[in-house]
Design a protein around this ligand. Structure first.
Ligand SMILES: [Zn+2]
Length: 230
């Protein structure tokens, strides 16, 4: 019995059906990685040169459900924008690890219990950005970041970002949510033009020196980024 919004089942029932006591008990529990490709730095920064010498490198994992409407091209383009934004912090994306996921429609929707099950069944290196159809969480966010600080009751989800099809300005959203994870902070700022304003917009891309330092230092300490040798 597929769990999906089209079934007109109330959202909270739908979410419950997707958990281990619902869909899994009914055998509708398959989820798997069906393809993996690595995008290397020259293909992340085509025809561009870094603005300044990078001091830190990140290897970002991207997991997407094609059946939820995501294409590898869309996902890679978003990561390219995020890479350009984080370049101001002397961070270089050394590679993108792209994983194609397929499985029960349950897994196309972000919900804590379902996401924990997905992360458990298909372990992926962190940080990981998951591209899903929608969210069943309330309040509903177009994108959500889970760092170390807000994952104590859901440790499988630490250092992950979940982006739904409702997200606009995808690359900026990815940069914003990833910065939350890398800084291990849910804080927002009010400074005009800053990436960490509550509202993500194309013109909000700046990070100040303090934010960059916190992002690099916290991510390196948490094993999410590597310091490059001088
Ligand atoms: Zn935010």
């Amino acid at each position: 019995m597929p769990c999906c919004l089209a079934s007109r089942v109330p959202l909270f029932v739908c979410a419950l059906l997707c958990t281990a006591t619902g869909a899994l008990a009914q055998g509708d529990d398959s989820v798997m990685r069906t393809d993996h490709q690595t995008v290397s730095a020259p293909d992340i920064y085509p025809g561009t040169t870094p603005r300044s010498a990078p001091t830190h490198a990140i290897r970002l994992t991207l997991a997407y459900f094609p059946d939820a409407g995501w294409s590898p091209e869309t996902v890679i383009d978003a990561a390219r924008v995020a890479a350009a934004v984080l370049g101001q912090c002397q961070v270089v994306f050394s590679a993108l690890e792209l994983h194609r996921l397929e499985g029960s429609a349950c897994y196309h929707y972000y919900h804590t219990a379902v996401a924990r099950e997905l992360a458990h069944r298909v372990p992926l290196p962190r940080p990981t950005v998951y591209f899903v159809a929608d969210t069943l969480q309330r309040p509903a966010f177009d994108a959500e970041a889970i760092g170390r600080g807000n994952s104590t009751t859901r440790p499988e989800l630490a250092d992950t970002v979940w982006i739904t099809r409702a997200a606009r300005d995808l690359g900026i959203v990815l940069a914003h949510e990833l910065a939350h994870v890398l800084m291990n902070s849910g804080e927002h700022v009010e400074e005009p033009g800053n990436l960490m304003r509550p509202e993500t917009k194309p013109q909000n891309t700046r990070l100040d020196a303090g934010q960059c330092a916190r992002l690099r230092d916290t991510a390196a300490a948490n094993g999410l980024m590597q310091r490059l040798k001088e």
